[in-house]
Design a protein around this ligand. Structure first.
Ligand code: ZN
Length: 176
């Protein structure tokens, strides 16, 4: 049975260390970690989660967009694991949007991201893909990709005026 894992929060050095490539995707340890991340992101009402957020320094993240209590207007997709990902291209066209993070509880920040990205990655079966993603899902991927490079969304907020508590965000932005 999959387990809900403990989330490392901002201040924990694991969030600031670059993650390492996964050599063998098919091992039970990696497959169990993927199942546990899927369960953890669902429990936390997240849209994605990266292995460093559960203190595993591995190049692996889950993208799992769907509407939930923390993100009312998120598009629905089948949750997917991206392993050893590499963003190959970023569009010059960027858009600012509000982000939150399970590792930065209670905060939201306005972050500029490319509207379109091209990424190569392995899926959990070890199959290699190269795909283009746009808008909201491209934003989630860029956020998670930052995690495996030791970055968090706060690093990309241009001004402290672009930060809000989760409560104020829900009162002012999400319901506006
Ligand atoms: Zn995050």
């Amino acid at each position: 049975m999959a387990k809900v894992l403990k989330i490392a929060e901002i201040g924990n050095p694991v969030l600031r260390s670059p993650a390492l490539p996964i050599q063998n995707i098919q091992t039970p340890a990696v497959q169990t970690l993927i199942d546990n991340l899927l369960k953890t992101v669902k429990k936390g009402n997240g849209l994605g989660i990266a292995a460093p957020q559960v203190s595993e320094r591995l190049q692996l993240f889950i993208v799992a967009s769907r509407p939930n209590l923390r993100y009312l207007n998120a598009p629905t997709m089948e949750p997917m694991a991206m392993i050893n990902p590499q963003i190959l291209a970023y569009s010059d066209d960027t858009e600012k949007g509000w982000e939150g993070c399970l590792s930065v509880p209670g905060m939201r920040g306005l972050v500029a991201r490319s509207r379109e990205i091209k990424i190569s990655y392995s899926d959990r079966y070890g199959e290699q893909h190269t795909q283009v993603f746009t808008d909201f899902v491209a934003r989630i991927i860029q956020h998670e990709y930052d995690h495996i490079n030791g970055k968090v969304f706060l690093d990309r907020v241009e001004s402290t005026l672009d930060m809000m508590s989760e409560t104020e965000y829900h009162a002012r932005i999400a319901c506006a």
